[in-house]
Design a protein around this ligand. Sequence first.
Ligand SMILES: [Zn+2]
Length: 715
Amino acid sequence: MDRIYNSTILIIDDDDDLRETYVDLLMFEGFENTYQAADGQIALETARSTKLDLIISDLNMPGMDGIETIKRIKEFQPSVSSMILTGFGSMDLAIKAFSESNVDDFLSKPVENEELIEKIKHHLSMKDRSEEVESSNMVRGQFGGQKNYFGQFLVDNNFITEDDLIDGLAKHKESGKMLGLVLVEMGIVTADELNRALAEFKGYPIASSRDFQSIQTEVVGLVPEAIAKKNILIPLAVQGDELSVAMINPDDLQVTDTLKMISKKTIVPYLATEEQINKAISETYTKIRSSAKASSALSDIFGEDEDIDIKEIADDVDDEEVGEGSSAVVRLVNSILQKADIDGTSDIHIEPLDNSMQIRFRKDGNLYIPEGYGNLPKKLHPSIVARVKVLTKTMKIDVKLRPQDGKIRLKIAGRKIDFRVGSLPTVHGEKVVLRLLKSEALFPIEDIFSNNQTYIDTFTRNIKRKDGMVLVTGPTGSGKTNTLQSALNHIKDVSLNITSVEDPVEMENPGVNQVQVNEQQGLTFSGALRQILRQDPDVVLIGEMRDYETAHIGCEAALTGHLVFSTLHTNDAPSTVTRFIEMGLKDYLIATVVHLVLAQRLARRICKMCKKEFKYDPAQLRGIGFTDEEINSITLYKGEGCPNCKGTGQAGRVAIVEMLELTDKIRTAIMEKASTLEIARLGKEEGTYFTLKEDALRMFKAGIIDLKEALKYMI
Ligand SMILES: [Zn+2]
């Protein structure tokens, strides 16, 4: 065991702190021959000059990733052991790498020091032992230091004689195979006898033939075939959160750990013979494949969705009649979109290959194939693409030779999710990429303005301009950022370069180049803005214009062919103009660039769970401008109070918005130094100024807010 401390270990991680922490830890533990590399290239160079025993590599690194690095090193150092450290989101990829035997083990970050050291020792001692018997391929099957004890046990219990043991041990040492298996091969014991002996010696139960007969394909599907074959094991049954697995070596903790991680269940090992397991593997996995021609991948895709019948899809696929409208394909596509959402991915790539197709997800900037999504039958491809196009309602199914784009809005688990879809013809067919635009927090424009058509029209007209400025004002927490991000969402397009400078970046908006202001690092709003303007932007969102310099650069940009969105701290729309002038900006500049100013607040909605018709006091209604006819004809509402709203009658929020669109007359007035009141009066006269009070009243009449809430905005 002490020899493992002479082992040569290479740590590869692009995170300097993390890498050095690991190196320090290993040095402290007594592994003095520990090397480090900050990326795959450096690792390769180190490996060319140093014989390595163990590589511990980060998975996601710039340039070559951990799996590729290990693969390349193994080309010239085939016997090196390897471990991958992975972030939680990349587990699928790590499992794939493990099952394809590029790497020996993987650990998910953050790794506890003790666990890391234990794994390192385990791998090094495995390697040490395998080298002792001069065999590199029989690492797992050893019974370790207990081998002689087991041999002695066999002798003591009259399974074999002492002479048998001596012969067996010699063969065992020569071949590197487990002593038990050697004894079976030599015909000294039968496989059944060996199992009985092992069961007795180790205390594991033996899998019965009935256990093998009752294997369910769903249970087998919990473990990828490659892992079952490589480690000679097969899942038998699931009971609660326990998965019983027949194995030839239940002592292999690394394998049971892997199974636990993959199946998310507690593993209960059963002993079985190699022959029994191999027979079951070939029978059950073949059954899965043939009953679902679309490969076992489909069962993975569908996961736990009970409504989905894999057989039905398989039959459809078999009949070569999978159209975009076949229920199987519909559900298949829904499942892909749903999985992408659950997994927190930003993009879905549907890719035709030469003889197959694959689906890749992008998460945290990295593309990967989720377990089971690679190597799908090619004939599914046209139907999946067609189905996606149908969902967009605008993309043409029969147009396959030129790029198209579209949008999909779906409700998944009660949440609205938007997908931006783009297709591209490739030599193997159409490649389709879907980008997830989470509108969970970002309300669509219609929702922000609670279906006020005048607002929707005015706003969308102005956010589609080629230059000038659209401003949203209001106190902190009034939803200004949300409104502007929704505006960006509404207009964003591959043909537009959209950049934002924010402090902080409150919500991620894919497709927008978001820059985080960092005053401490010297990146101010105005500094960042100057940089951004050198990057040829079409649309710029300036999180906030706090100072003269930022406001000035913003206005200059708006004047020179850029559309600028920004926010200011003012109470209402007309005073925004005067606030600008107070900041020192020239009135002609403001009069020229500003097109639209919004002032908004977030009001409390009537709780939808306990919303009831309510007769308000007519005098009170008259007080806020209701006519007698309106009092008699308009049905008004109020929340009665329920658990959902904790008895308040109000739940959720809604924006109340004031809007001022600048007309030529208003622009002239600004240049003539008009006051806030004068601008407001002119806006009313021109019919382009709508106040908070008016919007609050409209929302009250529409049953969106109650009177108490409306009154807050009507004073
Ligand atoms: Zn309620």
